[in-house]
Design a protein around this ligand. Structure first.
Ligand SMILES: NC(=O)c1ccc[n+]([C@@H]2O[C@H](COP(=O)([O-])OP(=O)(O)OC[C@H]3O[C@@H](n4cnc5c(N)ncnc54)[C@H](OP(=O)(O)O)[C@@H]3O)[C@@H](O)[C@H]2O)c1
Length: 313
């Protein structure tokens, strides 16, 4: 019988239930996939806790990679290896994936790496190629630089010629950020006074870093607030952007940067290409059994992890 990690009522990691579930049935333009690996993303913890409400009960998880075992799409055949994102219920042994949410995994890439790369890699892609087009000589600040998105952002910003300032909480994470190419690595706290001002801040930490992030920008710089691992930023007065030097604030998300199939394929192809040519190295920082999803969430939220966490059915 297929298994999934189900949430019946919002709460802490203990609400994640490893359960038998009915065999999912694909509809038109959908695939049934045997999940090789499901990716853990910070957003999964917001959906589990109710910070981002989802209809309950639900199986959790948004991405993975595996093998097509039934197909109602002319674009994918049984036996194809696919990766997908934004499909709720991906913490499962089998999942139905709309063909529009799937991309073929190149033969050079193993399924675990594909599952580890897709959502966080596409995020790092749009942040460095679209939200702010990082160019030679830019000064870029990346928070939580040893995390899943952070390591990819650091590597991609470096590859595009930026000077990367990184923040991390521990010496071990500092070593990883430096290995990824960070030029300057700081702890949090009063970091704005310790750095030369930057063109863009990539801030996935949120509440604890926001004020210092604003204070780190050059005049007309951009604060890309793309997450809230420390909690949501309270509402703010737009005059603060004036006071910070006519800076820009955006709160981007994948939906607005994957507007159609062509955009999804472009970002995924760039991502897989960057992995294949060595521009990006994807760090799998933890592998857990599917039934250990609660432990993965606990570890992620207690800042004990680096890189990407995977659940292996
Ligand atoms: N908008 C989008 O499109 C998008 C897409 C993907 C992810 N995200 C966001 O990007 C951020 C990173 O996601 P991820 O999956 O790659 O996670 P992650 O960075 O691997 O894990 C979160 C990291 O945040 C740092 N952190 C700082 N303060 C924290 C606190 N109070 N509690 C917990 N962690 C804290 C920790 O690193 P240190 O110990 O070094 O501080 C921790 O390891 C999340 O906010 C996520 O929601 C947004």
């Amino acid at each position: 019988m297929p298994k999934a990690v189900v949430v019946r009522s919002a709460g802490g990691p203990e609400v994640l239930e490893y359960s038998d579930v009915p065999s999912p049935v694909p509809g038109d333009d959908e695939l049934l996939v045997r999940v090789g690996a499901a990716g853990v993303n910070y957003i999964d913890t917001y959906q589990r806790s109710g910070q981002y409400p989802v209809p309950l009960p639900t199986a959790l998880g948004l991405e993975g990679a595996g093998e097509v075992i039934a197909s109602n799409s002319s674009s994918f055949a049984v036996g194809d290896r696919v990766a997908w994102m934004s499909v709720l219920g991906s913490y499962a042994s089998e999942v139905v994936v709309p063909a529009s949410a799937a991309v073929r995994v190149p033969s050079s890439l193993d399924v675990e790496l594909a599952a580890a790369a897709l959502l966080q890699g596409i995020t790092a892609h749009y942040l460095t190629h679209s939200t702010h087009v990082v160019k030679e000589g830019d000064r870029v600040l990346v928070h939580a630089a040893a995390g899943g998105v952070g390591l990819l952002l650091t590597q991609w910003a470096k590859a595009r010629g930026a000077y990367v300032v990184a923040t991390v909480s521990t010496d071990e994470k500092e070593a990883l950020a430096r290995e990824a190419g960070a030029d300057q690595v700081l702890r949090y706290g009063d970091f704005a006074s310790q750095i030369e001002k930057v063109d863009v801040v990539y801030d996935g930490v949120g509440r604890d870093t926001f004020d210092q992030s604003l204070a780190s920008l050059k005049p007309r710089g951009l604060l890309a607030l793309f997450g809230a691992s420390s909690g949501p930023v309270p509402p703010l007065d737009p005059q603060r952007l004036n006071a910070a030097g006519s800076v820009y604030l955006t709160r981007p998300s994948t939906g607005a940067y994957l507007l159609d199939r062509a955009e999804f394929e472009w970002r995924a192809a760039d991502l897989f290409g960057a992995i294949a040519d060595g521009t990006l190295s994807v760090r799998i920082g933890g592998r857990y059994k599917l039934e250990e999803a609660a432990q993965a969430h606990t570890d992620l939220q207690s800042r004990r992890t680096t890189g990407k966490l995977l659940l292996l059915p």
